[in-house]
Design a protein around this ligand. Structure first.
Ligand SMILES: Cc1ncc(C[n+]2csc(CCOP(=O)(O)OP(=O)(O)O)c2C)c(N)n1
Ligand SMILES: [Mg+2]
Length: 579
């Protein structure tokens, strides 16, 4: 870039350099004029890969997918006006689930505000409390101080996107015209400022939260007070896979059983002697948990389990609950005894080291037997429709692939029907605000962020809710297969009491089946779509998940087919036939 280029470009390049030096490797930009300096500066900086997405709402979800899959902050860039407002749903999800996002909005200069200027709104604090930091960068200034402060302010904001509470940060950058690079007779910034411009950004080293073992004494006491312990792992980010050894160590020392949901990254064998009970939901729905198998102490790791039967267990046991989490107080019931914040693997390790070696208890043996019966009942149930699709989609996730699971019934079905251990290299989910939005975009982002194949399992409404993100499938950086469970609308609502009210307008108002021709929709976006009208067609369609081009597999399923399969499993369990 020539030294003669105007201040705007150098200012924007400074922002981009600070982002790159703070670890941002991907930026998703949407078109606009005011954002030109930022877009061009990103295009010029090879350290940041640029991805172009027209719809800002979708762009932010692509960035969310990148950040979730890479564990590093990803940036979104848009022009001024309503454009950045379209980022909001993804910003809320990133904030609720602690995912670092950099929201880089271009803006008009102060003098254009509140004067009916086109595409000019008040963007200050646009994302309110959902942003961990808001920086109004102001219009480019050629002073040495301003250029140093610029780099420091961006770096500080980036550190807030990572800790103490990871999440989105908003940088609002104002620019005056001309917005494009202009060759100038003389250098707009003096020597001192030029030096400031080329100086590396400040490096921030921030502390990592962990709990001193001595502080864990009340927890160790609770764990030692009974052999009837259950450890439950709910939704956690990909990195939680690193907790597996510590979790196995604690469970085997304390002789506790483990219920880990697929979204916890820990639904797998946890080592010699550890009792895992992946089908707890089924046991609870079947009323198959005898009183002497009820836990007296429960350790919840991460967010609360998704299984709707979980709260019925808590109601029944009244067990002392210990919550172990990275941050926050994930205790919607408000009756946890202790919440331990900090590095989850470290906390589990410290608890394992401090716990008496109890080994296999009578309680653990009872759970091992219950779990085996439940597993046999699931196999005996011959999963069809929604259940079969959940299983086939999970199986299609090869060892190096990420498995993205949509909300509503898919995230619940995988815990019953997916093989144990959960296939693939990790499970992506959206349990921050639990929306059904932006999941097609996130699947694309995940291939970019992880550079790994992704298999996504989405409901039909979830898929259609984000249909405009089909325009971004071409951005996928690795094989991407989106499996859509077409069960004719939001069938999760069939489980609601309102479903039994016999209302004629239940479909129109609640389950809202959509009249969309999926093949025509996919064709409109140039996306390959295979229709599967049954298990064989589905498995054939999924057989080659290494197909390079991103694709959609549209799988028809009878509404309620998973519920029916679960009822068969419950029958097998209660009949004791599966003994
Ligand atoms: C953005 C957003 N809008 C609405 C909802 C409410 N909601 C929860 S589940 C659901 C239905 C989803 O239907 P589908 O994706 O087909 O899954 P299914 O229930 O059939 O498994 C809706 C609309 C939500 N969670 N998020
Ligand atoms: Mg559906």
């Amino acid at each position: 870039m020539s030294a003669q280029t105007n201040l705007h470009m150098r200012w924007a390049a400074r922002i981009v350099a600070a982002l790159a030096e703070a670890g941002v490797a991907h930026a998703v930009v949407s078109p606009g004029s005011r954002s030109t300096p930022l877009t061009l500066a990103l295009a010029d900086d090879r350290r940041v890969a640029l991805h172009v997405v027209l719809d800002e709402r979708s762009a932010a979800f692509v960035a969310l997918g990148i950040a979730r899959a890479s564990g590093r902050p990803a940036a979104v860039v848009a022009t001024s006006g309503t454009a950045p407002a379209h980022w909001y749903p993804a910003v809320i999800e990133a904030s609720e689930s602690g995912v670092p996002l950099v929201l880089l909005s271009a803006d008009r200069p102060w003098e254009a505000q509140h004067a009916a200027s086109p595409q000019t709104i008040d963007q200050a604090h646009l994302f309110g409390r959902y942003a961990r930091r808001f920086v109004d960068v102001g219009a480019p200034t050629a002073s040495d101080e301003a250029l140093r402060a610029l780099s420091r302010a961006v770096t500080e904001a980036l550190s807030r996107s990572r800790s103490p509470e990871p999440g989105p940060v908003h940088l609002n950058a104002r620019f005056r015209k001309p917005l494009e690079p202009r060759a100038l007779a003389c250098d707009p910034v003096g020597d001192a400022a030029s030096i400031a411009l080329s100086a590396p950004a400040v490096r921030l080293i921030t502390p990592r939260a962990s709990v001193a073992p001595s502080e864990l004494a009340p927890v160790v006491e609770l764990l030692a007070s009974t052999e009837r312990g259950l450890i439950a792992a709910g939704p956690m980010p990909l990195g939680a896979a690193a907790c597996a050894d510590a979790l196995g160590a604690l469970a085997s020392r304390a002789g506790f059983a483990v219920y880990a949901e697929a979204t916890s990254q820990l639904r797998r064998d946890l080592g010699e002697g550890v009792v895992t009970a992946p089908h707890l939901d089924l046991l609870l729905r079947a009323g198959a948990l005898p009183d002497d198998a009820l836990p007296e102490v429960i350790v919840e790791i991460g967010a609360p389990p998704v299984a709707s039967s979980w709260s019925s267990l808590l109601d029944r046991t009244g067990a002392g609950r210990i919550v172990v989490c990275e941050r926050g107080v994930p205790d919607p019931r408000g009756d946890a005894r202790v919440v331990v914040q900090g590095d989850v693997a470290e906390t589990l390790r410290a608890l394992a080291d401090a716990s008496p070696a109890r080994g296999a208890s009578r309680f653990a043996r009872a759970w091992r037997e219950l779990s085996a019966r439940a597993r046999a009942a699931v196999e005996a149930a011959r999963p069809t429709g929604e259940a079969e699709i959940a299983r086939a989609a999970a199986q299609a996730a090869g060892a190096d692939a990420l498995f993205l699971v949509g909300n509503s019934t898919p995230v619940r079905d995988v815990d019953t029907w997916a093989p144990f251990p959960t296939p693939g290299a990790g499970v992506l989910h959206q349990r921050g605000a639990s929306g059904i939005d932006g999941l097609v975009a996130q699947a694309v982002g995940a291939t970019i962020g992880a550079g790994r194949p992704v298999v996504a399992l989405l409901g039909d409404l979830t898929f259609l809710h984000d249909a405009s993100s089909l325009a971004s499938l071409a951005l996928a950086a690795a094989p991407l297969t989106i499996v859509v469970v077409d069960n004719g609308g939001g069938r999760i609502f069939d489980e609601l009491p309102i479903a039994r009210a016999g209302r004629a307008d239940f479909e129109r108002l609640v389950t809202t089946p959509q009249r969309v021709d999926p093949a025509a929709l996919a064709a409109a976006y140039g996306v390959s779509l295979t229709r599967a009208r049954g298990g064989d067609e589905l498995r054939a369609a999924l057989a080659d998940s290494r197909m390079t081009a991103p694709r959609v597999v549209w799988a028809d399923a009878a509404p309620g087919s998973a519920t029916a399969a679960r009822a068969r499993a419950v029958a097998a369990l209660t009949a004791g036939g599966a003994r």
